[in-house]
Write a protein that binds this ligand. Structure first.
Ligand SMILES: *Cc1c(COP(=O)(O)O)cnc(C)c1O
Length: 367
């Protein structure tokens, strides 16, 4: 069983992607044109927010949002210890000081109490990450932000369409960064990203930053970069966005099926869905102290799995200058040793889940 399938050969999707390509070819507009404008409007509406600015990738979405909010050298930014490295890299990219805190051991997202305890005089921003498809608990973090004047940037690179207390990802934080890397729930056919916000000034700033700090050609108000979402990717994303809700529904159905098949295994912790959350299962992540053995036996049974993530950010060479060491974030370090992502993609079907679950039961001695 493959870990993931982009399903580009699905006849209906293939036809629509081909038509999108021909439309852009016929228009002759390749950068900052009508496809991007249309996608930005459609995605903002999908998220339940007012504005969306397309950028080159998810990391740029995060770092440009921080810059647009005025986060700069010396400003402290609270991040979860357990996340993909890009969350941390966005902070160092703008010269910010990383302030990592532990995650909640059941939802694997920022623990609001840990955030409260970490706020200091130089803290300017918080980046809650909605990891694996499960939203971070944003309301208590927004309340802390009001109290302390912080900017809240949700990293929803893995959570397009996830529900938080009846709102979708993109509708709660001051700004929300998305990645459209091909394997994400909403994926382009290359690199792409976006920032969604209800704040028109922030949106305008991001539009300047992504295009050399310029709104009008050859007039540069601020020092920007080149990070645009091109017309071809925008056209492809419109095709994928039209199928996102259906595909998230399939992911949820398959996750339920996994839970039915694996729920009785005592040594195995399944993904949790908080009462206030609607999980979109970007990844189906299980936990067991026997992780390495389970992964080996699944590999032998022909089932591909991955580990998200095997080495926590605070133990990566790239962040050695922070002087952090093993033992600093016990929950995160235990997760790095125990998590395993099982195959999950919208078209894998219940039969696919049955195969993986059968192999997992056999590996854990409960065949
Ligand atoms: C994928 C991802 C990113 C980065 O997105 P890119 O488009 O690959 O730059 C950031 N944060 C998280 C949590 C991600 O999963």
């Amino acid at each position: 069983m493959k870990f993931f399938d982009l399903e580009l050969d699905q006849p209906d999707t293939r036809k629509a992607l081909d038509a999108a390509y021909r439309r852009v070819m016929a228009s002759g507009r390749l950068i900052l044109g009508p496809e991007l404008e249309a996608f930005e409007g459609e995605f903002a509406a999908f998220c339940g927010s007012a504005h969306c600015a397309g950028v080159g990738n998810g990391l740029d979405a995060l770092s440009l949002a921080l810059r647009a909010a005025g986060i700069s050298a010396g400003d402290e930014v609270i991040v979860p210890a357990h996340t993909f490295a890009a969350t941390w890299l966005a902070v160092t990219a703008v010269g910010g000081q990383l302030k990592p805190v532990e995650v909640d051991p059941t939802t694997y997202t920022l623990d609001p109490d840990a955030v409260r305890a970490a706020i200091g005089p130089r803290t300017r921003a918080v980046i809650p990450v909605s990891l694996y498809g499960h939203p971070a608990d944003l309301d208590p973090i927004m309340a802390l932000a009001r109290e302390h004047g912080l900017f809240v940037l949700e990293d929803a690179a893995q959570s397009h369409g996830a529900g938080y207390r009846g709102r979708r990802a993109g509708a709660t934080a001051h700004a929300t960064a998305f990645s459209f890397y091909p394997t994400k729930n909403l994926g382009a056919l290359g690199d792409a990203g976006a920032v969604v916000t209800a704040d028109p000034a922030l949106d305008r700033r991001i539009r300047q930053l992504r295009n050399y700090g310029s709104e009008r050609k050859y007039v540069h108000e601020i020092e920007g970069v080149n990070s645009r979402l091109d017309e071809l990717q925008a056209a492809f994303l419109r095709v994928r966005l039209a199928r996102l809700e259906r595909n998230n529904g399939r992911r949820r159905d398959l996750a339920d099926h996994y839970a039915e098949q694996l729920g009785d295994l005592s040594g195995l912790t399944l993904p949790c869905e908080a009462a206030w959350a609607e999980h979109v299962y970007h990844l189906f992540v299980v936990r067991t102290p026997e992780r390495d053995r389970l992964q080996d036996e699944l590999r032998r049974a022909g089932v591909e799995t991955l580990i998200h993530y095997p080495v926590p950010c605070h133990l990566q060479a790239a962040f050695a200058d922070l002087g952090m060491k093993a033992g600093d974030f016990p929950i995160t370090e235990t997760l790095a040793q125990e998590v395993l992502s099982l195959p999950l993609w919208p078209g894998m079907g219940r039969d696919g889940v049955n195969r993986v679950a059968g192999a997992a039961r056999a590996a854990l001695g409960r065949g």
